[in-house]
Design a protein around this ligand. Structure first.
Ligand code: SF4
Length: 686
């Protein structure tokens, strides 16, 4: 059945999951990839891709084997040419002779002939609908309806033989759309939008359906998590509309390496898993592929066994988000001192300084001052540092901190954390710009509200989700918000803490919707879910806060941990990955594959080391010119492998220097940054 994507359907009216306030994994049909079932009730499958040259058969087989050893369930290998496709046959033979039966996937771009050959040797063929049958050069042109039809006929002619071959051999296919490599046809009619990505896949899906071939898995990857999240949701909404149940392969492309790569992947993949979407995932890191597997496994773990769950006991409130297009929720403006929030204000970060074992209370002030004054390019200080303010001694420290920051870090505000044990809340209000009331229970002293209003302080009201639903916590916050507003506090911020990412996301969604119903626009202070280990905290924070920020929910963020520096860094990195606040250079780095023309990992590290101090610049580091220029998406500058030992440099999408010897390429990139006003000299010489 053909889908009319031009119909005047209200996208917000299309559901992409049964409830935004409940969890249920989307039921898809099962596609067998060898003996690994993807979709249905199968576990979320973990996969990766080799980075060796495919024709280096032994090296590729060995890397695939290492991937299997660490838990990879499906291994992809690039097949740029027919020769590479044949080499996969030999790789397969060697692996099978060693008893390794992991399904293999051939990754195809531009070459239907390579796809036809590869189909003989693998359990799945991945094609990119943007370049399977299209040219490498984007051209701007208007397509008449007739010309568009003719293009589709041409694609059908080229694609049908592969569909029929995969069907005859009983192997699977992935129609893998990439935001950065859409066809001319799609770009000219839809632009590089989520809708264009969906239509790109549907053009190919219709051909599969026409030929009675259901063994297709779909992906909608982008390096921008927001675009990727919207595209997958839109795809599901469209498929549901016409009764398609194809399984989904999730991934964020060109995520980069280290903490940033993990955060970006977790934001995009995690948000969708939490929507109940995704049957197999690949985390793309610019590292050895084995490093991707534990990240993917940890992201999938909470959803592998997850039962259906509701976070609201009443009928769902009306959703206020548009899940298919980013719009920041409009909150009332408020705040005090330099802590300005809501409206179009910058997304703020608050960092609590907590007493860990053996830390003398007096040490808290020094730690807070050290954090507030340690800002440097790419690593900002939090907008507010917070100390407890329950006792007279603690309030003395708050005053001391306020006095120190007034001269040593005047852009950083002081926040006081008060709990129901506070005896003199009005004194605390006098010492701090932000009062952060944290209570799991109803009491909220009138004296505190009077003090906050009288001293014109900012107020954050936080409670906790304790039971299976978020109803009670949301009701409590609504009551507190009304009392605060009645007391003369115009824009109290509201916050909810919880133990896991799912609860955090649903509780804030529910709070946002209930506020809207009540005609209130209080800012929302996002608190990261609790975690036992730093690594778990990194992933959970990325999923929960990143997911909310990509949906436009949130005005300030807080990541808790005994060590305030990594917590602050994580908060800013999640803001950056979600596009909510840019504080450092952004890198789009491909994970490398058999096409890569230079050693991506050291080159990426080197470029990061010389450009990491810049702010608001996006630099792409891509292994080849076949896919690199297309997939570096909206990067400002590109460093792309042009030939062995040679690099092509880009400004935006335009190649401005070709075949630069690799040993000169870093300097030439810096010269380009300078010529375009994107360079500042690093402090401390480096
Ligand atoms: S851009 Fe990188 S991952 Fe993509 S095909 Fe080229 S080398 Fe491989």
């Amino acid at each position: 059945m053909a889908l009319d994507t031009s119909s005047p359907v209200s996208l917000t009216a299309l559901p992409y999951c049964p409830s935004a306030f409940g969890f249920r994994r989307r039921r898809t049909h099962v596609v067998m990839v060898g003996d690994v079932g993807v979709g249905g009730t199968n576990p979320i499958r973990i996969q990766s891709m080799t980075t060796t040259r495919t024709q280096e058969v032994e090296a590729t087989a060995a890397q695939a084997e290492r991937l299997v050893t660490v838990g990879c369930e499906i291994v992809r290998i690039t097949a740029p040419t027919v020769q590479d496709a044949k080499a996969i046959g030999e790789i397969r033979r060697r692996m099978r002779s060693r008893g390794i039966t992991v399904p293999l996937v051939a990754d195809i771009h531009f070459s239907p002939a390579a796809a036809m050959e590869a189909a003989n040797h693998v359990e799945k063929v991945r094609i990119n609908p943007g370049n399977f049958a299209d040219s490498r050069q984007f051209a701007i042109r208007e397509y008449t309806d007739r010309e568009y039809e003719q293009e589709l006929e041409r694609i059908e002619e080229r694609f049908t033989p592969l569909v029929l071959k995969c069907k005859a051999l009983g192997i699977a296919m992935r129609v893998g759309t990439n935001h950065g490599s859409l066809s001319d046809r799609i770009m000219n009619r839809f632009g590089d939008t989520p809708l264009g990505m969906v239509e790109s896949a549907l053009e190919f899906l219709r051909i599969c359906q026409k030929n009675g071939y259901p063994d297709v898995i779909l992906s909608m990857k982008a390096s921008n998590p927001k675009v990727m999240i919207q595209a997958y949701r839109l795809l599901v909404a469209r498929m549901d509309e016409i009764g398609m149940t194809f399984p989904l392969h999730l991934g964020v492309t060109e995520a980069g390496n280290d903490e940033d790569g993990r955060i970006k992947s977790a934001v995009g993949i995690g948000a969708l898993l939490d929507d109940g979407l995704g049957d197999t995932i690949r985390v793309s890191l610019t590292e050895e592929p084995e490093a991707e597997i534990p990240v993917a496994a940890r992201l999938a773990a909470p959803y592998q066994e997850a039962a259906e769950r509701r976070f609201v006991s009443a009928p769902d409130p009306r959703e206020t988000r548009d899940p298919y297009a980013f719009t920041r929720r409009l909150a009332s403006e408020g705040g005090a001192g330099t802590w300005r929030i809501g409206g179009r204000e910058t997304m703020r970060a608050l960092q609590a300084i907590t007493a860990s074992n053996g830390t003398a209370p007096a040490g808290l002030v020094e730690r807070a001052v050290a954090l507030a004054t340690a800002a440097r390019p790419g690593a900002p200080a939090p907008d507010a540092v917070e100390l407890p303010g329950d006792t007279a001694e603690q309030r003395g420290e708050l005053r001391e901190l306020a006095a120190r920051l007034a001269t040593e870090a005047p852009t950083v505000s002081v926040a006081a954390r008060l709990t129901p044990s506070a005896d003199h809340p009005d004194e605390a209000a006098a010492g701090a710009a932000v009062i952060h009331w944290v209570s799991p229970d109803p009491p909220l002293p009138d004296a505190l509200l009077r003090a906050v209003a009288a001293h014109e302080r900012a107020l954050i009201l936080e409670t906790r989700v304790d039971g299976p639903t978020a109803d009670a916590a949301v009701d409590r916050l609504l009551a507190w918000a009304r009392r605060s507003i009645a007391a003369g506090i115009a824009a109290p911020s509201l916050a909810i803490s919880s133990q896991d990412a799912s609860t955090t996301i649903r509780a804030y969604r529910l709070l946002s919707a209930r506020l809207h119903e009540a005609g209130l626009a209080c800012p929302l202070h996002l608190v990261a879910p609790a975690s036992d280990t730093p690594y778990e905290r990194l992933l959970r924070t990325s999923v929960a806060l990143g997911g909310l920020l990509c949906d436009g929910i949130g005005d300030s963020v807080e990541v808790r941990g005994e060590d305030e520096r990594p917590s602050t860094r994580l908060a800013f990195n999640v803001l950056q990955a979600s596009g909510a606040r840019i504080s450092k250079t952004e890198y789009v780095a491909c994970p490398s594959c058999g096409r890569t023309l230079f050693d991506l990992q050291p080159v990426t590290d080197r470029i990061k080391s010389v450009t990491g101090h810049l702010t608001g610049v996006k630099i792409a580091i891509m292994g080849c010119i076949v896919n690199g220029p297309g997939e570096m998406a909206d990067a400002d500058f590109g460093y792309v492998g042009g030939a062995p030992g040679r690099v092509n440099l880009y400004v935006g999408k335009e190649c401005v220097e070709k075949n630069v010897p690799q040993e000169q390429a870093d300097d030439r990139l810096i010269a380009l940054l300078k010529a375009h006003g994107a360079w500042t000299e690093p402090e401390h010489g480096g």
